[in-house]
Design a protein around this ligand. Structure first.
Ligand code: GAF
Length: 390
């Protein structure tokens, strides 16, 4: 569904629920990370792109006035009720903590959205490693900007959303997902230096290649504790190396310190050091339209995430192996798991003309190997958060 269709649908649903058209409509995209996984919280480089799947909010002031920000979601039975007249704290339902944390961030800056009736419709699959939560946060932030008339700096906006996730959803995520949802650009990947927070747009407009996203349909739960554990292991490795973060580490330095490190911590650090290098190389390969090299780096990234970082799972490995079996002759340059891991999606760089055949083969082989149905689609790099109606 295009963004236009999605927003028309959200507007129609708003009108049905509240008997008047919405005054504001805003949207924020999900993302797929092409390479640079579990790197943002290690201060390294990541290379995500926004996808053509969005959280859309249609909103108006409540007919009866009041201070409650009331969000109805097509995907949830219980609405989020956020009273902006009182200091905000995390609370039920669970999903409401993303918009609640964002509202709290704006209120802390003296920007109170006040009461609103909101209808939320999202086409970002939930819990699939495509940043449904970041898109919800950034969508809320974009709505509050539109409503209050305040435009905050894009970096500040992304950081405010990340803080909401830390403090209200309890997930110690990095900055990648919120940055790309705010700053995505059509036909570009975003090379983000997570230390300096500088960004560089990497053009990706060659119509002969596509990024194909295959959802294992196995649920991914970032809050499960494994994410925080990986983060702590990286911090432990940096401490042993006497460095501020693994961004400053080298493969040779890590080898020298191996005897002083737990073998698991060593492997986690080895992934991070290699992945930072691969990400910079992949950005160079994509700039040069060297798709074979970009694909090779994606396969290498997957192996490292599977063996050293241990965040893959049987279903993700199956998708990558199927992609590999189709190979270059069948139009696949490379494939890897994307996002936090333990389920969710794989991303493949493929030849456009082979998309239909690859999709068919991947779906069939995945079903045979796992008994599950994969959801497979392509997305061009999309634009970041936008105000559709104000
Ligand atoms: C999740 C997190 F939210 C990101 O910050 C990032 O660490 C990613 O997992 C792994 O690369 O999406």
């Amino acid at each position: 569904m295009t963004l236009q269709e999605l927003s028309t649908q959200a507007a129609r649903e708003f009108e049905r629920a509240f008997a008047r058209p919405p005054r504001w409509i805003v949207a924020a995209p999900g993302r797929v990370n092409v390479i640079g996984e579990h790197i943002d919280y290690n201060d390294g480089f990541v290379l995500p792109m926004a996808i053509e799947h969005y959280a859309v909010m249609a909103a108006d002031r409540p007919a009866g006035g009041g201070s409650v920000l009331r969000i109805h979601s097509t995907a949830e039975t219980e609405p989020a009720l956020i009273d902006t007249a009182a200091p905000l704290k995390p609370g039920p339902p669970k999903w409401s903590n993303y918009p609640r944390g964002v509202a709290a961030g704006f209120m802390a800056r003296g920007l109170n959205p006040g009461g609103l009736d909101v209808w939320l419709r999202s086409s970002v699959p939930y819990g699939s490693g495509l940043s449904s939560s970041a898109s919800l946060e950034v969508c809320t932030a974009t709505l509050i900007e539109a409503v209050t008339g305040a435009k905050i700096d894009p970096v500040e906006k992304a950081l405010l959303c990340q803080k909401a996730e830390h403090e209200f959803a309890g997930v110690p995520c990095g900055i990648m997902d919120q940055f790309i949802s705010v700053m995505g650009r059509e036909n570009h990947l975003l090379l983000l230096d997570c230390r300096s927070r500088q960004t560089e747009l990497v053009p990706m407009r060659d119509p002969s290649v596509e990024l194909l996203i295959a959802n294992t349909n196995v649920k991914h739960e970032l809050g499960s504790g494994q994410y925080a554990r990986r983060r702590a292991q990286c911090e432990a490795a940096a401490r042993i190396l006497g460095l501020p973060s693994l961004r400053d580490a080298s493969a040779a330095g890590l080898e020298r310190a191996q005897a002083r490190m737990d073998s698991e911590v060593f492997r986690r650090a080895r992934h991070v050091i290699g992945e930072i290098e691969r990400t910079v190389q992949a950005a160079g390969a994509i700039r040069a339209s060297n798709w074979e090299e970009a694909g090779r780096l994606m396969y290498a990234s997957h192996r490292s995430l599977r063996d050293d970082y241990e965040v893959s799972c049987a279903e993700l490995d199956a998708l990558v192996e199927i992609a590999q079996s189709i190979g270059l002759s069948g139009g696949v340059f490379g494939c890897r798991m994307t996002g936090g891991g333990f389920g969710g999606c794989a991303v493949a760089l493929v030849k456009s003309q082979a998309v239909a055949a690859i999709t068919k083969k991947m779906a069939a082989d995945y079903k045979t190997r796992t008994g599950l149905a994969a959801t497979i689609f392509c997305s061009r790099p999309a634009a970041g958060a936008t105000v559709i109606k104000a």
